[in-house]
Structure formats: structure tokens, C-alpha cells
Design a protein around this ligand. Structure first.
Ligand code: HEC
Length: 136
């Protein structure tokens, strides 16, 4: 029942506590793009879902930090600097799916999907979120 997997996410995120409240409240990222600026195939709903996944079951935040701001383990995804691609939406989808077997600056590699149990639909949403925080 992969199709239903998305419906279980809000519960998981609610159990996680603050991130969801932060996303909905005044602390929400103020660089959310308007619908017109989103790449083809990307919706605002994907960006919202992607943030929840990034900070939740996607575990991206553990290395890239909350809001993708970067940590000592992995680089910021919230700026225009890309080590492995042109940072386009399509490239991000591919990058997240494949991971980074050979990091350029970090001490550790990134596993495919960051090692998280996420499906293609979830990868697309996370890529939409990463695109949104890195493109004004
Ligand atoms: C175990 C730590 C870890 C996790 C978890 C992780 N990453 Fe990474 N990520 C890295 C490292 C390390 C790199 C490569 C940095 C380098 O080349 O020096 C990287 C690179 C990337 C890049 C390419 C950045 C660039 O500059 O081109 C993207 C995009 C990315 N990660 C997204 C994600 C997303 C989305 C998730 C969650 C699904 C995720 N990562 C989970 C460690 C991680």
C-alpha cells in the first residue's frame, strides 16, 4: 500500500513536535516562491510536503541541518553554490535519488536517498523544497 504512505506522515511529524508548528507559524521560511516561479511539474504543496520530509522521515536535516543551512557533515542546500550539479529541479531529483558516493568537501558520502526510506514521489517533493530554499 505505498499509495497510502503519505497519509501516515502528518502523524509522524506531529509526534516529532515543533517542526510542523514552526513551518505553519511566523517562523516559516520567508523565501517561499510564488506559484509562477516554480519549475514545471512542481507545486506549492510539494514544497510544503518536501519540507516536512526534509525535517522528518527524509532525515536530510541530520546532515544538511534544519532549513538546509548546512552542518559540519554536509553543505548548505539553501544557497546558490552547487558542488555536484547545476541545482536545477531535475538535477536535484536525480542527485537525491543517487546520493553522493564521492563527496568533494565532506568527510562522509551521502547514500542514495540520504539512506532514508523514501519513494519517488517523496523525493520529488523534497527536491521541490530544496529547489525553493536555494532559488529566490
Ligand atoms: C549522512 C549525511 C547526509 C544525509 C542524511 C543527506 N545528505 Fe545530502 N549530502 C551529504 C554529503 C556528504 C554531500 C556531498 C558534499 C560534498 O560533496 O562535499 C551531500 C550532497 C547533497 C546534495 C548536493 C549538493 C551540491 O552542492 O551539489 C544534495 C542536493 C543533497 N545532498 C540533498 C540531500 C537531501 C534532500 C537529503 C535527504 C533525503 C540528504 N541530502 C541527506 C550528506 C548527507
Amino acid at each position: 500500500m505505498k499509495r497510502n504512505s503519505n497519509w501516515t506522515l502528518p502523524a509522524v511529524i506531529l509526534l516529532g513536535g515543533a517542526p510542523l508548528l514552526g513551518a505553519a507559524g511566523p517562523l516559516a521560511h520567508d523565501r517561499e516562491p510564488t506559484l509562477q516561479t516554480l519549475p514545471e511539474g512542481v507545486t506549492a504543496a510539494m514544497v510544503t510536503t518536501g519540507k516536512e520530509l526534509f525535517d522528518g522521515v527524509g532525515v536530510c536535516y541530520t546532515c544538511h541541518g534544519p532549513d538546509g543551512a548546512g552542518t559540519g557533515l554536509a553543505p548548505s542546500l539553501a544557497d546558490a553554490v552547487w558542488l555536484h550539479s547545476d541545482g536545477s529541479y531535475t538535477a536535484l531529483v536525480k542527485q537525491i535519488a543517487e546520493g553522493v558516493p564521492q563527496p568533494k568537501e565532506s568527510m562522509i558520502p551521502m547514500l542514495p536517498k540520504g539512506g532514508a526510506p523514501i519513494n519517488d514521489e517523496q523525493i520529488a517533493a523534497i527536491a521541490a523544497y530544496v529547489w525553493s530554499i536555494s532559488h529566490d
